[in-house]
Design a protein around this ligand. Structure first.
Ligand code: AP5
Length: 217
């Protein structure tokens, strides 16, 4: 299975991706996480990406495409993959088709998570993340067992620099302008697209995602 998780900032792509991956044993390819790791490691990619991410703008397509190509080449051929945060532009989507074709993979499903902007901003303001394992918490909706540290590996949780209110507004604008049009792009390319209303809690949303994908309980 190759599944794209699409949706605005804060809608729950990471949360749903982790739940699906834990249950199904699929890999996650999360461009935002790959960029944050590169930034923390101070690699050339991380340095180049930093200014775009801090402002809430998209990192240039050629950097993202190269990064995804490298990551994909490390995955064994039969592995199911959940793509979270990629593709985000038509140029990325077109390059992605070619990459998958070369690897004998196809996009099986596109899952679009949807929620009103007010819900998104509330979720983002309470988000805390683990850079080590990718787990995502929320101080209001889904707090860790021990304040400030990851339940899975005890790593201190961090509040993302791009989760400040002004930056979030820009990220939402960028999403509407650059990424939302991909929904029609995929529909027109005959991919199977599922739109999932995502205002309920994580478990309820996960149940809808699994049902849409025909995965059962
Ligand atoms: P990225 O990290 O991908 O950010 P994003 O797409 O803006 O998405 P988020 O990570 O903010 O939200 P999410 O949907 O994963 O929600 P989450 O599960 O965390 O990208 C960051 C930046 O990197 C971009 O701005 C760009 O600069 C760059 N970038 C990345 N990919 C790129 C690409 N392909 N091209 C160019 N640039 C790229 O949940 C949010 C919060 O809500 C959490 O606290 C969670 O606990 C809570 N929550 C989740 N679901 C629920 C629920 N159902 N009920 C209650 N709370 C919930």
């Amino acid at each position: 299975m190759n599944i794209i998780l699409l949706g605005p900032p804060g809608v729950g792509k990471g949360t749903q991706g982790v739940m699906l991956s834990e249950k199904m044993g699929w890999e996650r390819l999360v461009t935002g996480d790959l960029l944050r790791v590169a930034k923390d490691a101070g690699t050339e990619l991380g340095v180049q990406a930093q200014q775009y991410m801090t402002a809430g703008n998209l990192v240039p397509d050629q950097l993202i495409i190269k990064m995804v190509e490298e990551k994909l080449s490390t995955l064994s051929p039969g592995t199911g993959v959940i793509y979270d945060g990629f593709p985000r532009t038509e140029a990325q989507a077109a390059a992605f088709h070619l990459m998958l074709e070369a690897l004998g993979r196809t996009i099986d499903r596109v899952v679009v998570l949807e929620a009103p902007d007010q819900v998104l901003t509330e979720r983002i303001s309470g988000r805390r993340s683990c850079l080590k394992c990718g787990s995502v918490y929320n101080i209001v909706f889904d707090p860790p067992k021990k304040e400030g540290v990851c339940d899975h590996d005890g790593t201190p949780l961090f509040h993302r620099a791009d989760d400040q209110a002004d930056t979030v507004r820009n990220r939402l604008d960028v999403y509407r302008r650059e990424t939302e049009p991909l929904i029609s792009y995929f529909e027109e390319s005959k991919a199977i697209v599922h739109r999932i209303p995502s205002e309920e809690g994580p478990d309820e949303v996960q149940a809808k995602v699994r049902e849409a994908l025909g995965l059962g309980e």
